[in-house]
Design a protein around this ligand. Structure first.
Ligand SMILES: NS(=O)(=O)c1c(F)c(F)c(S(=O)(=O)CCO)c(N[C@H](c2ccccc2)[C@@H](O)c2ccccc2)c1F
Ligand SMILES: [Zn+2]
Length: 262
């Protein structure tokens, strides 16, 4: 299903509009966040993240990123508050990263890039019956974005980077039970929020983005493990390293970015 797309010269972000015209839409993501231009909204409630009973299922390499999926048939792991009218269920999380440390994140802050960005994808199960339905609705998805900067290793990220060898090739999947992504959250939940889209095809304009201002740290060794993943499947003779799987910032087109903090 859907046209083959990637992050290369021919099939990368600048070519996506040919199969996905929404790529040139009015609420595309990611964006460059300019803190001084963000509007502080004192009425924005804090976001509440209830992952205590989350059930992680597996970790997989889908040829675009490394993804950890969760059981989402009830409200066992939800995010709410902030700009959200309803509780949104955690469906999966994945990462974006660069080939070296100069870039890798999707959102940027006053032009600053981070080495990686973690996305926790949630869907509005109050208003929509299935993830697919929600994914195509303007208030269907909420993605929590967490910047990752170079530093000493993140203890809990270890659990993930130590499992990456199991999903080296595109199409590989492995058991990954008992992981709670709560441990990946930074200490502050201060955030910016704006109406946007998926940053990969199908690029649906269905995402309320919640980007945390405080990054978490990732070590050099841990980044090296992400870069050992492959875009290619085991049987392909051309082995392409999975790196630079990020879309560059898109035009704001009049949108307002709100801040939960001064
Ligand atoms: N940055 S982002 O949050 O926009 C994003 C990504 F950057 C991203 F790489 C993925 S992905 O699943 O890794 C591969 C692309 O489908 C998804 N995955 C989506 C998804 C699939 C299943 C379950 C949750 C999320 C995406 O594949 C998708 C969303 C909606 C409809 C079809 C596909 C995604 F949402
Ligand atoms: Zn993403």
């Amino acid at each position: 299903t859907g046209h083959k797309w990637g992050y290369g010269e021919e099939d990368g972000p600048s070519a996506w509009h040919k199969s996905y015209p929404i790529a040139q839409g009015t609420r595309q993501s990611p964006i460059n966040i300019v803190p001084e231009e963000a509007v502080y909204d004192s009425r924005l409630p804090a976001i509440t993240i209830n992952y205590d009973n989350c059930t992680s299922l597996n970790i997989s390499n889908n040829g675009h990123s490394v993804v950890v999926e969760f059981e989402d048939m009830d409200d066992r792991s939800v995010i709410q508050g902030g700009p959200l009218e309803n509780a949104y269920r955690l469906k999966q999380f994945h990462f974006h990263w660069g080939g070296k440390d100069c870039d890798g994140s999707e959102h940027t802050v006053s032009g600053k890039t981070y080495v990686s960005e973690l996305h926790l994808v949630h869907w509005n199960a109050v208003r929509y019956r299935t993830f697919g339905e929600a994914a195509a609705a303007p208030d269907g998805l909420a993605v929590l974005g967490i910047f990752m900067e170079k530093g000493d290793g993140h203890r809990d990220l270890h659990t993930i980077t130590d499992a990456l060898y199991m999903v080296k090739f595109k199409g590989s999947i492995a058991n990954f039970k008992g992981f709670n992504p709560k441990c990946l959250l930074p200490s502050s939940l201060k955030f910016w929020t704006y109406p946007g889209s998926l940053t990969t095809p199908p690029l649906h304009e269905s995402v309320t983005w919640i980007v945390l201002a405080e990054p978490i740290r990732v070590s050099d060794k841990q980044m090296t493990k992400f870069r050992m993943l492959l875009f290619s499947a085991e049987e392909e003779e051309q082995r392409k390293r999975m790196e630079n799987n990020f879309r560059p910032p898109q035009p704001l087109k009049g949108r307002t970015v709100r801040a939960s903090f001064k």
